[in-house]
Design a protein around this ligand. Structure first.
Ligand code: GLU
Length: 286
């Protein structure tokens, strides 16, 4: 018997959801439901300074308004910090992590940051600090970065499967020494998402195409932490009327605002599913 399909929606409660998030939630929900599978909700609230409880309540209301049902308990990443810490300890024990004391300003000022598919690549400043300097600075706020070249040397070539692209050869090195534990949180998005997709038995990660490159890093972490690799489905992003990716800062209305206006959520969900034009949005870019 085929194992049961499990998909998930994993929003960060740092603001109100808008139609772009609705597309992600609906796509992941429908993927599981069409296959008799389970659809889970995980709240990615490790960002203590930006996550807000009122946004969590809003997310639950938004999903109900869209007519989406979910299975199992809601998982909160803020309750799983000890689990992330264990994995960090494991990677640190293998010599794959180093403390990074750089501020954003330091990195910008280094002027040498090349660009990778996930944005600016860390120039590696703290990778080569001497053990004495590290020991002297250990009381200062620091993040933990992965030494990507060392990690890739261990894992060798890696692949993952994308629904539309087929077999993808991972190139995590192109994204440099990403942060796995932040100055203010014992995990980064990359670490927590990889651990939790495995812990929740997610078989199919359905999410926006903006996270395509991030999957290379998640695949690497799966290899290092002996976690299974799910299948990936990166859906096209919804565009605003200006043809740009929909975002709160470009004035996309929140689902909460649409709800308050009396818009029927199920009808809106149908419009998104079928690519019907809706005032202010154009169809997802393929
Ligand atoms: N929490 C991430 C976000 O809201 C999405 C995580 C994922 O789907 O992998 O952008």
């Amino acid at each position: 018997m085929e194992p049961m399909i499990v998909s998930r929606f994993a929003p960060s409660p740092t603001g109100r959801l808008h139609a772009g998030h609705a597309v992600s939630a609906i796509t992941a929900h429908d993927f599981a439901r069409a296959r008799g599978g389970r659809f889970l909700l995980r709240i990615e609230d490790i960002d203590g300074t930006r996550s807000r409880p009122e946004h969590v309540a809003g997310i639950l209301d938004d999903l109900a308004w869209l007519g989406l049902t979910r299975d199992g308990p809601v998982v909160y990443q803020s309750a799983r910090l000890a689990r992330y810490q264990q994995s960090l300890d494991r990677l640190r024990a293998r010599g794959l992590l180093y403390p990074c004391f750089c501020t954003r300003a330091d990195i910008a000022a280094s002027g040498s940051a090349p660009h990778g598919p996930g944005g600016a690549v860390y120039p590696g400043t703290c990778r080569t600090l001497s053990p004495e300097t590290r020991a002297a600075r250990v009381g200062q706020p620091h993040a933990w970065r992965i030494d990507m070249a060392a990690a890739v040397a261990i894992t060798g070539a890696l692949e993952w499967h994308d629904d539309s692209e087929g077999t993808v050869r991972a190139d995590p090195l192109a994204q440099g020494d990403v942060v796995l534990a932040r100055k203010d949180a014992p995990a980064s998005y990359h670490l927590a998402v990889t651990i939790d997709d495995a812990a929740q038995g997610v078989t199919d990660v359905v999410r926006g195409a903006d996270l395509f490159a991030a999957t290379d890093i998640h695949r690497l972490l799966q290899a290092l932490l002996d976690l299974p690799t799910p299948r990936y489905h990166h859906h096209p992003l919804l565009l605003g009327a200006d043809g740009e990716r929909l975002a709160k800062r470009s004035g996309a209305p929140s689902l909460a605002a649409m709800r308050a206006e009396g818009i029927d959520g199920a009808a809106f969900a149908t419009a998104l599913r079928t690519g019907q034009p809706w005032v202010g949005f154009s169809s997802p870019k393929a």
